[in-house]
Design a protein around this ligand. Structure first.
Ligand SMILES: Cc1ncc(C[n+]2csc(CCOP(=O)(O)OP(=O)(O)O)c2C)c(N)n1
Ligand SMILES: [Mg+2]
Length: 558
């Protein structure tokens, strides 16, 4: 046990979890924490320009590092500004610890300055939302928060830390390593469930594996690939989870779901058994109907969270376990049972679908119209991005073309808003990702609308030297929604069009680098130059304002 200031206890407890950055905007309620950082430079306070940016940055950092990431903001509006970013972490199962310095305990219940019931506001988007009522409980509650964030299916937590519980307080803290307050071991699968899964796979004519974020969080990228290789299982990825297996694998067909590959959808419709690993079969992966998953498909579902087992699609076998341990156990059991790789004809069918997809994407390289089609931009980007590049994708129509068109070969390199679909996500997420892996090239892909939601963080990027590159695909519209009005309301546009500054010039005003690209053959060179320029950079590409995909879900009954 050590006696130390409450502010130092907060810092030391976070440091035990390898936290090296705390994101937020300075506030009078938590200065005892910041004061510790004056001398202790092992943790940086990343002082942002809007708390939403802080939450997205923390989420990006946690998704790329797999470790907890922290936000520390002031009471009331400082905390409410975090909520969208914390919702992004909630949807992605990302262990973000959000801390708000609150008004003093003695003023609670008086509608005091910046007093809000933050604990209730954060409860629906976190795994745990608590107020700390006594300095002596800071260490215990922080450990509870960290254990909750990092155990089982990970996720964000929220702590309200009143200023009089923190400032000028001394606490006695046990500063034991994380293994003293949370289990370092993930839960293994039931051997019985694994035997049942072997049985289903042995009988299957056309087995298919669908992998999701659970594979990434479990670090089971290689295990998934090995199972697929050894048992001839064609593989798909869930919505926004393209980095869960290496995309150059010959058995990888493509991404399923909204804006995904039609070839992946075709493979899924043909499968008679589906091995679902770490995917909750969410809205934009499946649409909850039979357009991809045919009725009668035998589903083996592996998930660490029992809540999502058999939630929408009835399962033949439910395996509640860590994805990595389940994949390893299943591999061993299939070997012992002598199960043969999937039939040659089925693997050939999958290989053909894979080849069709690759050819379809390659053909887009000849789209020559100007302003550029977004499809052509992606065709130029693919060869320009080194395999270790981390890409963050915003919501919006032009970014959405990336779901099918970008290729990934390393884990934790693709960050998307998933089923939250929040605009303004990609740029601040990219900054968090870059802090997690400074040696990796990081590219954010935005539409014009989404980029201006958090473009103020250019100043943060310049001040902290966070050299991510942002691509702005500019159609001067809220294009994704304009597409609905085009296809379902006969082009009667209301609230759909935008005016914009030149984004390259905007970047230069902030002290970042700006590039403007109009010709397809410049895209690769400019993106390479931007990634190497040693500054945060913005690349604006005007794109065809009439290029709107038909939305997957109708806006109205027809
Ligand atoms: C925070 C938020 N507000 C509104 C929406 C609804 N929305 C989804 S996409 C979109 C348009 C995006 O425009 P832009 O970023 O320019 O990309 P584009 O679709 O034009 O390529 C809107 C308004 C949303 N998803 N998130
Ligand atoms: Mg737009």
């Amino acid at each position: 046990m050590t006696e130390l200031s409450a502010g130092r206890a907060v810092v030391e407890l976070l440091k035990l979890e390898q936290v090296r950055h705390i994101f937020g905007i300075v506030g009078a309620t938590f200065l005892d924490v910041l004061d510790v950082l004056y001398d202790d430079r092992s943790v940086a306070y990343v002082n942002v320009r809007h708390e939403q940016g802080a939450a997205f940055m923390a989420d990006g950092l946690a998704r790329v590092s797999g470790r907890p990431a922290a936000c520390l903001v002031t009471a009331g509006p400082g905390a409410t500004n975090l909520i969208t970013g914390i919702a992004a972490a909630h949807v992605a199962h990302s262990p973000v610890v959000a801390i708000a310095g609150g008004p003093p305990l003695g003023h609670r219940g008086r509608d005091a300055f910046q007093e809000l019931d933050l604990v209730r506001m954060f409860a629906p988007v976190t795994k745990l939302s608590l107020r700390i009522d006594a300095p002596g409980r800071i260490p215990e509650i922080f450990r509870l928060a960290l254990r909750t964030a990092m155990s089982g299916r990970k996720g964000p937590v929220f702590l309200d830390l009143p200023r009089d519980v923190l400032n000028d307080q001394l606490v006695t803290a046990d500063l034991g390593e994380p293994a003293t307050y949370r289990s370092p071991h993930a839960p293994p699968p039931s051997p019985e469930a694994v035997r049942e899964a072997v049985d289903v796979l042995r009988r299957a004519q056309r087995p298919l594996m669908l992998v999701g974020g659970g594979v990434t969080w479990a670090g089971a990228h290689a295990l998934a690939q090995r199972l697929s290789a050894d048992f001839g299982l064609p593989t798909l990825t869930g919505y926004g989870r393209n980095d869960a297996v290496p995309n150059d694998d010959p058995l990888y067909v493509g991404p399923l779901g909204r804006a995904g590959a039609p070839e992946a959808a075709a493979a899924c419709r043909r499968a008679d058994a589906l091995l679902v690993v770490g995917s909750r079969l969410g809205n934009f992966t499946t649409f909850y109907d039979d357009r991809y998953i045919a009725a009668g498909t035998r589903i083996i579902q592996i998930d660490i969270d029992p809540r999502d087992l058999g939630r929408v699609y009835p399962v033949a076998v439910a395996i509640q376990a860590d994805a990595g341990l389940a994949l390893a156990a299943l591999h061993a059991a299939l070997r012992v049972a002598g199960v043969k790789p999937a039939a040659e004809a089925w693997r050939a069918e999958a290989a053909e679908l894979r080849a069709t997809r690759q050819a379809r994407l390659a053909a887009e390289r000849s789209l020559a119209s100007l302003p550029l089609k977004p499809q052509r931009v992606y065709a130029e980007l693919r060869p320009a991005l080194p395999p270790e590049t981390i890409v963050t994708l915003d919501a919006g129509a032009a970014p959405a073309y990336g779901y099918d068109r970008l290729h990934f070969s390393r884990p934790r390199t693709f960050l998307t808003p998933l089923d939250l679909g929040g605009l303004g996500f990609a740029f601040p997420e990219a900054l968090g990702a870059k802090l997690a892996r400074p040696e990796a090239p990081v590219l954010a892909i935005h539409g014009d609308g989404g980029f201006l939601m958090n473009a103020q963080e250019l100043e943060t990027a310049v001040r902290h030297g966070i050299n991510a590159v942002t691509l702005v695909l500019n159609n001067n519209a809220w294009g994704s929604e304009k597409a609905y009005q085009k296809h379902f309301y006969a082009g009667r546009y209301v609230g759909a069009d935008l005016g914009n500054p030149r984004f390259d010039r905007l970047a230069e005003l902030f002290g970042a680098r700006g590039y403007y690209v109009e010709h397809p053959d410049q895209v690769g060179d400019v993106v390479r130059a931007a990634l190497a320029c040693g500054k945060p950079a913005v690349v604006e590409i005007p794109i065809d304002p009439d290029e709107f995909p038909v939305p997957a879900t109708p806006a109205r009954r027809r």
